[in-house]
Design a protein around this ligand. Sequence first.
Ligand code: TXA
Ligand code: MG
Length: 339
Amino acid sequence: MSVRTRVVRVDSLAPETEILEEAAEVLRRGGLVAFPTETVYGLGANALDERAVQRLFEAKGRPPSNPVIVHVASAASARALTTNWTEAAERLSGHFWPGPLTLVLPRAPRIPDLVTAGGPTVGLRMPAHPVALALIQRADLPIAAPSANRSSTVSPTTAEHVRRSLEGRIELILDAGPTQRGIESTVVDITVTPPRILRPGPITQLELAEVIGAASMDDEVERGPARSPGRVGRHYAPNARLEIVAAGGLERAQALAEEGMRVGWLALRKTPDHVVESVEVRRMPEDPRSYSALLYATLHDLDALGVQCIVVDEPPAEEAWAAVRDRLRRAAQSPTDPE
Ligand code: TXA
Ligand code: MG
């Protein structure tokens, strides 16, 4: 099955009505539209149309065990998709929506099984990007939207990343330029006490705790099997092999280059002031927010250059870096790693 994929430029602050209407119509008919959010580009389908969601899974090559996040344009719409809009939901949505926070809540019966991977909960998020919000409003539907890339590859932060991954599989890509945050939303399960972070992201544990008191960190590596479906396996992975090093990044990269490999280095602290011929050096920002914003774009970039191995300076073990560390750890897993 191959469809013609149209890429349409859209104003990121004041999206054009005709373009929004066209995209909304594709969604109403059960089609697939990639659109920008403040985190990464999402691949949208009508969340209440099981066939549309089925197509979405097929386009991504996504296993049905991995639930998708449902996007809404207001807290009131979110409320209609859960059987228990809790005090925590009220507070967290009040503080962080629209924004990069996904709340896991008991699902309403009308949400198709495929969306929740058959589970009793649903992930809900109100994105902050003006194009995302305007599109959801215009379609007047809850929109299921995983990241707009083939399963297990690096998430897209530009429309071009989406096109390279999904051309021929989806109807429309709305291009509003690069996304701001660059990594996926924080996912927090508020059906348990205390609430539990299932996926670290732009909103940190500390920020959550300030609003609801306690938010324990669910660190899958320390706590054994993943509790969040779809979080197992190699995710966010570039084609290149990725290696995280505590020190000596340049030396490691040069050693690999001497073995004849094309090598990239994500440098964090120390960069040489001379050009290193054998290594693609990418100096990364020293604050986690700017680092996140650049991470996926840098990995896409190095992949496009045919780099085979990427050496990464290990980021600080601080809480503010939790999301970056999580994505790097997952990207570094070899395809055969069980976890
Ligand atoms: O920033 C984002 O969240 C982006 C943009 C497009 O909004 N979306 C995104 O969706 O990253 P996706 O499908 O790639 O990530 C969904 C992940 C799942 O792998 C799982 O970890 C968690 O969110 N999730 C979704 N629904 C869940 C549920 N009912 N229970 C537990 N975890 C869930
Ligand atoms: Mg994804």
